[in-house]
Design a protein around this ligand. Structure first.
Ligand code: FES
Ligand code: FES
Length: 854
């Protein structure tokens, strides 16, 4: 027993327990987030007697008489200052880390009102942020300290909010102060908890299941198996190969396969119920690599398939064999890149409750319509009987495109007619959601004696794990971008993705291009050296320019500004010739002939424009961006525009947040809807005259399919381009990364910078520290050992925004930036180390650097 003083109130805690669930589940303090429950993320940070401490590792009995402060316990002045500072510095993206950051900031500032930047870094070194790259958080904390020190007024007012204004994000105060609700913050009356029992083997025949003991556990309400699934037993994003649960008699595909779903009244009963489920297996030899999967006579991961090949992709143009043979210089290298995990701060969680004849699912995902489609198929219901409402999304980066928890929540809720929550532990999250693909890549690149690129050949082998997920399109993007943003047309690229019994590979920021860009750009530097050019000169010579033809045949449009990104970093290379450099290109939109729509509906209610679209905000600020487009076109002030979170009951389907597409696609749809509003206002004479009316904007990006016989097919509606430069210090540690990005026309420069800084830091981790090793199909890392960059490891990131698009282009000239910012840093880092020590590294994470694991 202990008495805790939480935010000034005394609580007697009879039962010794972890502090985190006491604060979250008993006191309902939603600012205290559960990112790992392993003491590794800092999302649960609270002050205990003034010291920033992780609540998940504290037990209440040890805290008798202690004073605990959460963000809910801040004074009004503190709330104002932190909300302001984090907003104007652009320190908040998904927001899941933010209250924990605020607590660490308060812990510092209360002791040290005038901290140095290094002290701020030190104070938040135990708070992981996967979105921002820390820089803007550090700036926010320094600003907050100054406002407190000077007892300064918190400035009021806001910029007009047109395109180009760095306005505050619309949800920033709620995220900063912990009142923004993520799925795990929902507590519905009578809500049950559910969790799946997972396979004991990566590949085994499930011989029998006995759920009787589990059902007898006190507090267990039900145990469901595959037999209880009323509709499709297999679902999936594109390919329906993902078992809702493995039926008895069938073969498991990986350790994350669900075999039974236990539903209980409490967390303790749930764990006891799961432990009581008895399963018998016939273990089978697993396929643990793409190499094993493609051997003749290999066992089949999916017994109903002919082989283990998930996807073959091919991009062939010109006469690459001849071009390579006749080239003055040719380089060939083999590159290996590992699986990596998204490590979004918020583990997957979903709540479902009965609604009408179906269910209402609350979900933090990347597309509510995708969730609806898969849940409805599984329940055997018409889509309209499944409603999906978006909650805040604590980071996605591609890892929340697939069903993980939503379908199980929907199933249990539908069958029991009660609200049900399914929440992953961090270990569940690491095991189950699809990863960035591990790839083996052999790349040959050639040029003439002047350094003009002539041709390339690439062979890419991807481990796509247990299920298709988005493995096919990821491989396709790896291939379509493998030649890089350069002006040459003789290419021969083949990619193969194989099913294995590892966790699935799927979408992850960069979508395959992160991998193939590493190979392309490293090869380019070797070629440059052979020619006797600097990597910069080589790129400048070959960089794609407007009107030229990309390696995939598409003509680069007038907004192409790769050269401008090179020009932006030229002074750095002149000052520091040892800096590493890499370029990249990345599509905006699904492209290659796939139907691709952005949609937005504006409703006039109470004299305001209410904005509805299903475009998910996963931390990139989608609501704010749409609001700015509508502000720009209609001229109405920001306070007249009300953003609503995606909800299938009233938001038009704008597709998933993926492929850097939403700013352009749903942005253009918002522009079109806003133009209709403007025209109607002009005709009617006032906004008030439009009360009750709805205006619908839609944009379809039409592209040509893969293999199109057009001489210059349009593969994608738009491409972003970038050049990044990495500088090392005397000890070989990262000093600075300069990231010049062609974003078209910036909508919200502060948000853009935040995307770039965060993406760069994510890619530095990919280059130097992150991996995701598996032993017999089982992840061996925990959240704390994934190799995520911390504040104290992060160098200065300098974003430079360039672009030549005009407001007459689609979406007022904006292009996506969400992925490209996480692509070129890895080869630029490789180049920087090569320039330092002459070792040409071909494997990620790079070996023998000051960041290598001992
Ligand atoms: S939830 Fe406590 S450190 Fe992650
Ligand atoms: S804003 Fe920090 S984890 Fe998303």
């Amino acid at each position: 027993m202990a008495t805790l003083i939480v935010n000034g109130q005394s609580y007697v805690v009879d039962q010794n327990q972890k502090l985190l669930p006491f604060l979250r589940d008993v006191l309902c303090l939603t600012s205290v987030k559960n990112g790992c429950s392993e003491g590794a993320c800092g999302a649960c940070m609270v002050l205990i007697d003034g010291k920033a401490t992780k609540a998940c590792v504290q037990r209440t009995d040890k805290l008798d008489g202690k004073r605990i402060v959460t963000v809910e316990g801040l004074t009004p002045r503190e709330r104002d200052v932190y909300a302001h500072a984090f907003a104007v510095c652009g320190a908040v993206q998904c927001g899941f880390c933010t209250p924990g950051m605020v607590i660490s900031a308060k812990g510092l500032i209360d002791q040290n009102p005038d901290p140095a930047p290094a002290e701020v870094k030190e104070a938040i070194k135990n708070n992981i942020c996967r979105c921002t790259g820390y820089k803007k958080i550090e700036q926010a904390i320094l600003l907050a300290a100054r406002l407190f020190r000077e007892n300064a007024e918190v400035p009021k007012g806001e910029l007009p909010g047109t395109v180009g204004d760095s306005i505050k994000r619309i949800e920033v105060a709620d995220k900063t102060l912990g009142t923004a609700l993520y799925a795990d913050d929902l507590h519905l009356p009578g809500m049950l908890l559910a969790s799946a029992v997972r396979s004991a083997y990566p590949r085994a025949r499930l011989l029998s299941l006995d759920t009787s003991e589990a059902k007898a556990v006190e507090g267990v309400v039900a145990v469901f198996t595959a037999e209880d699934v009323p509709g499709a037993k297999k679902i999936g994003h594109l390919v329906h190969d993902y078992d809702v649960m493995i039926p008895v008699g069938n073969i498991t595909h990986f350790l994350g396969d669900a075999i039974a779903l236990v539903v209980a009244e409490s967390a303790d009963a749930l764990e006891a119920g799961k432990a009581a489920v008895k399963a018998e297996y016939e273990p089978l030899t697993p396929i643990l690599s793409a190499d094993e999967a493609r051997r003749d006579g290999a066992e089949l991961v999916h017994p109903d398939h002919q082989d283990n090949l998930l996807s073959f992709q091919c991009v062939k143009r010109g006469n690459p064999d001849e071009a390579i043979k006749n080239s003055a210089y040719v380089v060939t290298n083999h590159y290996s890149v590992p699986f990596t995990d998204h490590a979004f701060l918020e583990p997957e969680c979903s709540v479902a409750e009965p609604e009408g004849e179906g269910v209402h699912v609350y979900s933090g995902d990347q597309g509510v319509y995708q969730t609806r489609k898969e849940c409805a198929a599984m329940l055997g219901l018409p889509a309209e009987q499944v409603r999906v409402t978006a909650m805040m999304v604590g980071g996605g980066f591609g890892g929340k495109e697939d069903m993980s928890v939503q379908h199980h929540a929907a199933l249990a809720s539908y069958l029991l007619q009660r609200p049900v929550k399914v929440r992953f532990t961090r270990a569940d999250s690491l095991l189950i959601h699809p990863k960035r693909h591990a790839m083996e890549m052999e790349f040959t690149t050639a040029c003439d004696k002047t350094g003009k690129l002539t041709g390339m050949r690439a062979r890419i082998i991807a481990d796509s794990g247990a299920y298709a997920s988005l493995g096919g399109p990821v491989l396709q993007r790896a291939c379509t971008h493998a030649a890089g943003p350069y002006n040459y047309q003789d290419v021969d690229i083949e990619g193969y993705a194989y099913y294995t019994n590892n966790p699935p590979g799927g979408a992850f920021r960069g979508f395959g291009v992160t991998q193939s860009c590493f190979a392309t750009e490293c090869n380019l530097n070797q070629l440059a050296e052979k020619v006797g050019m600097t990597p910069f000169e080589f790129r400048y010579k070959n960089a794609i320019r407007p009107g030229q033809v990309l390696p995939n045949g598409q003509i680069a449009d007038e907004t192409t500004a790769l050269v401008e990104t090179l020009d932006a970093v030229r002074p750095i290379l002149q000052r520091n010739p040892k800096a590493g450099i890499a370029c990249a290109m990345k599509n905006s939109g699904l492209g290659v002939g796939v139907p691709d729509f952005g949609r937005c509906r504006i409703e006039v209610l109470d004299g305001k424009l209410h904005l509805h679209s299903s475009a998910a905000c996963i931390g990139q600020g989608m609501g704010t961006i749409q609001t700015q487009f509508i502000r720009e076109i209609t001229g109405l002030p920001l306070e007249k525009i009300v953003y609503h979170v995606p909800d299938t009951s009233n938001s038009p389907d704008a597709g998933n947040t993926t492929a850097s597409r939403q700013t352009l696609f749903t942005g253009e749809a918002a522009v079109r809807a806003a133009k209709l509003v403007k025209a109607a206002m002009e005709e009617a004479g006032s906004l008030e005259a439009l009360e009750g009316k709805s205006f619908f904007g839609e944009y379809e990006g039409k592209t040509d399919p893969m293999g199109s016989d057009k001489p210059n097919p349009v593969s994608h509606i738009a491409y972003g381009y970038a050049t990044e430069v990495v500088e090392l210090d005397d000890e070989g540690k990262l000093l600075r990364v300069t990231a010049a990005h062609d974003v078209g026309r910036p909508v919200n420069p502060l948000s853009l910078e935040g995307q770039i800084e965060g993406g760069v830091v994510m890619c530095l981790g990919y280059a130097l520290t992150e991996d995701f090793p598996l032993e017999n199909g089982k992840p061996t890392r925990k959240f704390g050992t994934l190799g995520l960059f911390k504040s104290t490891m992060t160098p200065d990131i300098v974003p430079i925004i360039v672009g030549t698009a005009s407001k007459d282009n689609l979406a007022c000239g904006a292009k996506g930036v969400g992925e490209i910012c996480a692509i070129p840093a890895a080869p630029a880092v490789q180049n920087a180390y090569y320039n330092r020590d002459g070792i040409f590294r071909t494997k990620l994470p790079l070996e023998n650097t000051p960041y290598s694991r001992k």
